[in-house]
Design a protein around this ligand. Structure first.
Ligand SMILES: [Zn+2]
Length: 190
């Protein structure tokens, strides 16, 4: 799945969780944490495999449930210690949704080989086409098909829900921009 598909799946899941469990739309920092968690496995594995070459594939180390089981509880505990348990939970939801969304649809028809990465290194990760770095992957492997269209539909749905939720997380870049423009106006020669 592409980054925007992961972002959409994670936000929709977390927004549902927040409304059910917390009885509110996602707050700003958890919304940012869910976005980061939704990209985290690819931010680690893809560069380490495709650019540096220390991992055998782009869905290995942090795509493994075994690693997630070791990594996520301390993250949630640390966030709880900082009185930010909700942020840790949001990161975990984003992270786990990434692993679930990377499982190919063929699994539904009994083709489980594509989900082997979930138990790496006990099981070998599924083979992947040779990639000459991150940019090569984007330029040469992107093809528009049904799977990609579904991801754009999910993204549109997520943007709609995020907007309805009051655009949580947008206040930070907005504040940064407002501060920068104020500084620019104050420093401008008259
Ligand atoms: Zn991934």
């Amino acid at each position: 799945m592409w980054p925007w598909g992961h972002l959409a799946v994670a936000y929709l899941l977390y927004a549902g969780y927040a409304r059910r469990r917390l009885d509110s739309p996602p707050l700003a920092v958890p919304a940012l944490a869910v976005a980061l968690g939704s990209q985290f496995p690819d931010l680690i594995d893809k560069p380490l495999a495709w650019s540096i070459g220390v991992l055998p594939g782009g869905r290995t180390l942090t795509h493994s449930l075994l690693v997630a089981a070791v990594l996520l509880p301390p993250v949630v505990r640390l966030a709880a210690r900082l009185q930010r348990r909700g942020v840790g939970v949001a990161f975990a939801v984003g992270y786990l949704s990434h692993l679930a969304a990377d499982v190919p649809p063929a699994v539904l028809t009994g083709e489980f080989a594509g989900a082997r990465f979930l138990l790496w290194p006990l099981l070998e990760a599924p083979p992947e086409d040779p990639v000459g770095g991150l940019l090569d992957a984007v330029l040469h492997y992107y093809e528009m098909g049904i799977y990609e269209t579904v991801q754009f539909v999910l993204l549109a749905a997520a943007i709609f829900v995020w907007y309805r939720d009051g655009t949580p997380g947008l206040e930070y870049p907005r504040r940064l921009l407002a501060g920068a423009s104020e500084r620019w106006r104050a420093e401008r020669p008259r």
